[in-house]
Design a protein around this ligand. Structure first.
Ligand SMILES: [Zn+2]
Length: 437
């Protein structure tokens, strides 16, 4: 049996109304179509999977509709049916993938054929996908044609890199920039689509799918396809989505954020240990932690952010965020987010990501007032001792985590006068053994 057609192909829009998140492009296009003021060449640019080629096909369909001029293809006439989803296509609408057919010979071939009138429709329409892959000689061969096309000819160039389309061609086109699709739109689109498909999806799983899709409709639907394929009778659950997409489970983020709020170093490093022990990537965890802190910063400033959709989370997750944010001072939250963001940059290409993650956590745990080296050292001492008391394994302590890390020169501990007696380092005899290097 053939596997079912991919979601993004089954739901490929057939009219501009079905294209989501690109109203700034589709509205003027529909107006131009309705007023019969269509240019002879268009350039559709924008990130992958956000509707450029689909919109080019819809434009072609509307141009060749027997009811034209119309803003939206009628869907009934022969041409519309040929160009429908799953239709046979039209002999007069020619799609060329410039990635494989962008050479000068292909362009010359196109130039010769383009002069013949359309067979069945009003226009002969060339959709040139990946237009940035057309070679400079190829573009030059097309230049005359795009400059002074015969009246039956229309061009639609689609590209992710409009800057690579030579200027002389670009200046002959109307340029429409497509954008990434906003998360909120994609979220509601996904819920709608799941309802239509009759599949269950936990509301908490939707933001994860949207995040994994990165603002591209095609990628988002591919992710959903993958999750639907792996879903059991209970549908797409949050647990399935976090597991398959490699995100940090919310429970771990809750745990570490609660521990930060309580200033509980043992619990924080316990979570780091869990992250590593369960085979998760410390970088991914740090990214997810930063995203959580960002959400908390926003919730602290705008308590109804989850309700208004300013942050994209499910309802119960939103309530948890509000409760969590209340446990921090706003300065603590932004400071923590700054530290984690800076640490994430350091982590790029680092060979000991766990060590860096632990150092980031240590920095967040330190009170913010004193950034002097001595103050930091004293506070780090205090932290280590507190962990020794609570019995956290030494492996979780930052200094002992990665013996492979470059040894830093250690200065003799100087105890500032203002540190209370109980916070002074323990006498040498009771100090933890030095880490072997
Ligand atoms: Zn039609």
């Amino acid at each position: 049996m053939e596997s079912p057609l991919a979601l993004y192909r089954r739901y490929r829009p057939e009219t501009f109304n079905e294209v989501i998140g690109q109203d700034h492009v589709t509205a003027p296009l529909r107006a131009a179509l309705a007023n019969n003021r269509v240019n002879h060449a268009y350039l559709f640019s924008g990130p992958r999977g956000c509707g450029k080629t689909t919109s080019a096909r819809i434009l072609a369909r509307a141009l060749n509709c027997e009811q034209a001029p119309v803003a939206d293809p009628c869907g009934e006439c022969d041409s519309c049916r040929d160009l429908a989803r799953g239709g046979p296509g039209s002999i007069d609408v020619i799609e060329i993938d410039a990635a494989s057919h962008g050479g000068v010979d292909d362009a010359r071939d196109l130039r010769e054929k383009a002069f013949f009138a359309p067979v069945r429709s009003r226009y002969k329409i060339y959709i040139i996908d990946e237009a940035h892959m057309v070679s400079p000689q190829g573009f030059n061969a097309l230049l005359k044609l795009v400059e002074e096309p015969p009246p039956h000819l229309r061009f639609i160039f689609a590209t992710t890199e409009p800057d690579k389309v030579i200027g002389t061609i670009r200046s002959r086109t109307h340029h429409y920039p497509f954008r990434l699709i906003p998360p909120r739109l994609l979220s509601s689109y996904l819920s709608e689509l799941c309802e239509r498909e009759g599949v269950a999806i936990e509301p908490a799983a939707i933001p994860l799918v949207v995040r994994a899709g990165g603002g591209s409709a095609r990628d988002t639907l591919s992710v959903l396809d993958q999750l639907l394929g792996g879903a059991g009778p209970e549908g797409v659950t949050h647990a399935l989505a976090t597991g398959l997409l490699g995100y940090t489970p919310d429970s771990l983020l809750d745990e570490v954020v609660d521990a930060f709020a309580a200033g509980d170093g043992a619990a924080v490093f316990g979570v780091v240990d869990k992250v590593v022990e369960t085979g998760q990537d410390p970088r991914r965890f740090t990214e997810d932690l930063l995203r959580r802190l960002r959400d908390l910063v926003i919730v602290a400033a705008v308590p109804d952010a989850p309700a208004t959709g300013l942050i994209d989370v499910s309802e119960d997750a939103g309530e948890r965020l509000v409760a969590q944010a209340a446990r921090f001072g706003p300065a603590d939250l932004t400071r923590a987010a700054d530290l984690v963001a800076a640490g994430l940059t350091e982590m790029r290409g680092a060979t000991a990501p766990r060590l860096l993650l632990e150092l980031i956590c240590a920095r967040v745990l330190l009170p913010g007032a004193d950034h002097g080296t001595e103050g930091l050292a004293a506070r780090l001492d205090r932290l280590e001792r507190r962990m020794a008391v609570t019995g956290t394994p030494a492996a979780a302590a930052p200094a002992a985590a990665a013996p492979s890390a470059p040894a830093r020169p250690v200065r003799p501990a100087q105890v500032p006068e203002d540190v209370p007696a109980q916070d002074r380092p323990a006498p040498a005899a009771q100090a933890p053994e030095p880490v072997p290097t």
